[in-house]
Ligand binder design. Structure first.
Ligand code: NAD
Length: 358
């Protein structure tokens, strides 16, 4: 028997190919009438498409979401929502756009309807991040959790294959760490294992056939499960390292997750054997390779980066990265803190060189 605490998150999920057709119904159910539509500049055509289908329900478009939610952008978007009299915001895009929606919701309480087009998972979490004066502040607040999430695989067909693979690895990372979280619970374990399984099958399928709605649907289903795990349980060493490398060295988000994940799993393998066997089973590799090696192969065999040196990291920065990571550690199944500086530095060296873990 296992003791646990489980909090269910109050969000509504509408999933399916063509599910965007339910947008009007979902806005009505929220009791909203005028939506501000958010997107990045690159996805402004998708925001425009949403505005056209909403007609009078569209208050306007704010197509200026960027990575890491700068506070200035959040303020501009809040002012625009106020000026237009918007009573809900629709975030169509990846984690950057959802993040902007969250920043608006945090201050205004405006309900957010998320339409994710990557596999990052932010739409299922109450975690926000805002960057002010070069520093990214993150936290948890239930007010920022999108009230409705519409998952429509057809909207992900345009996500380039290389980004699809790293984004899927990013999602897997949430589930992998969720499996050994200090506050894990049986429901999240089921979702984590199923999420990894769905994504591990979707990666080869969408690499082969990027326009397959079936493969995209499996990937998005996995992303929903893995995002839910991220929203419900605490993350550990892997996420700490990725936040350090992304935040202090400006490395690209999904690629960093892809490169670090096998190394972090290797570091934690002996301290979390049950989690590792569930990952191996989900990858379809039990009895063949370790979880760490299986994840490394999954990335490498589908063209994703496997070395920090290939995604903009300088070898001369590894010492500083290790020091930052151990100075304020997260809980982790295997102890890591200032006393483990040498081990973490070695882990980062292997990630830098792209060495396949055993
Ligand atoms: P992103 O949102 O930055 O998107 C990357 C690029 O891909 C953008 O130009 C975007 O417009 C484009 N794009 C997205 N979907 C597309 C599609 N279907 N077709 C074509 N182009 C598309 O990338 P991301 O990886 O989704 O999000 C990363 C950010 O999200 C990071 O800042 C990260 O910290 C944050 N994040 C937050 C949480 C959380 O719980 N708060 C969880 C995961 C990620």
């Amino acid at each position: 028997m296992r003791d646990f605490v489980f909090n269910s998150q109050p969000s509504r999920v509408v999933f399916g190919a063509g599910a965007l057709a339910h947008l009007e119904r979902e806005i009505d159910l929220l009791g909203a009438r005028r939506a501000l539509i958010l997107s990045t500049p690159e996805q402004s055509h998708q925001a425009q498409m949403v505005a056209v289908r909403l007609g009078v329900r569209a208050a306007g478009i704010f197509p200026r979401a960027v990575m890491h939610v700068p506070i200035e952008t959040a303020r501009e978007a809040r002012a625009e929502a106020h000026r237009l009299g918007a009573d809900c915001a629709i975030a169509i895009g990846g984690g950057s756009t959802t993040g902007l929606g969250k920043a608006i919701a945090m201050d205004s309480g405006l309900p957010i309807l998320a339409i994710p087009t990557t596999y990052a998972g932010s739409e299922m979490t109450p975690i926000y991040g805002i960057t002010e004066a070069g520093l990214k502040k993150t936290g948890r607040d239930t007010r920022v959790l999108p009230r409705v999430v519409i998952y429509d695989p057809e909207l992900t067909l345009t996500l380039p294959v290389n980004m699809s693979v790293t984004s899927a690895m990013n999602a897997i990372a949430h589930a992998a760490e969720g499996l050994y979280a200090q506050d894990s619970n049986p429901i999240m374990d089921l979702m984590a294992e199923e999420g990894i399984r769905a994504l591990a099958q979707a990666i080869p399928a969408l690499t082969k056939e990027p326009l397959s709605v079936g493969a995209r649907g499996d990937a998005l289903y996995g992303a929903w499960l893995c995002g839910s795990v991220l929203g419900n349980v605490g993350m550990a060493l892997h996420h700490k390292l990725c936040h350090t490398l992304g935040g202090s060295f400006n490395l690209p988000h999904a690629e960093v997750h892809t490169v670090v994940l096998p190394q972090a799993m290797s570091f934690n393998a002996t301290a979390a054997p049950l989690a590792m066997s569930r990952i191996e089973r989900a990858l379809g590799r039990d009895g063949q390779t370790s979880a760490a090696a299986g994840l490394f192969d999954l990335a490498r065999d589908h063209g994703a980066p496997i070395a920090l040196k290939d995604i903009g990291m300088l070898e001369s920065d590894l010492d500083r990265a290790a020091e930052i990571a151990v100075s304020n550690p997260y809980w982790n199944p295997r102890q890591f803190g200032p006393g483990q500086l040498k081990d973490i530095r070695e882990l980062l060296q292997r990630a830098y060189d792209g060495i396949r873990p055993d």
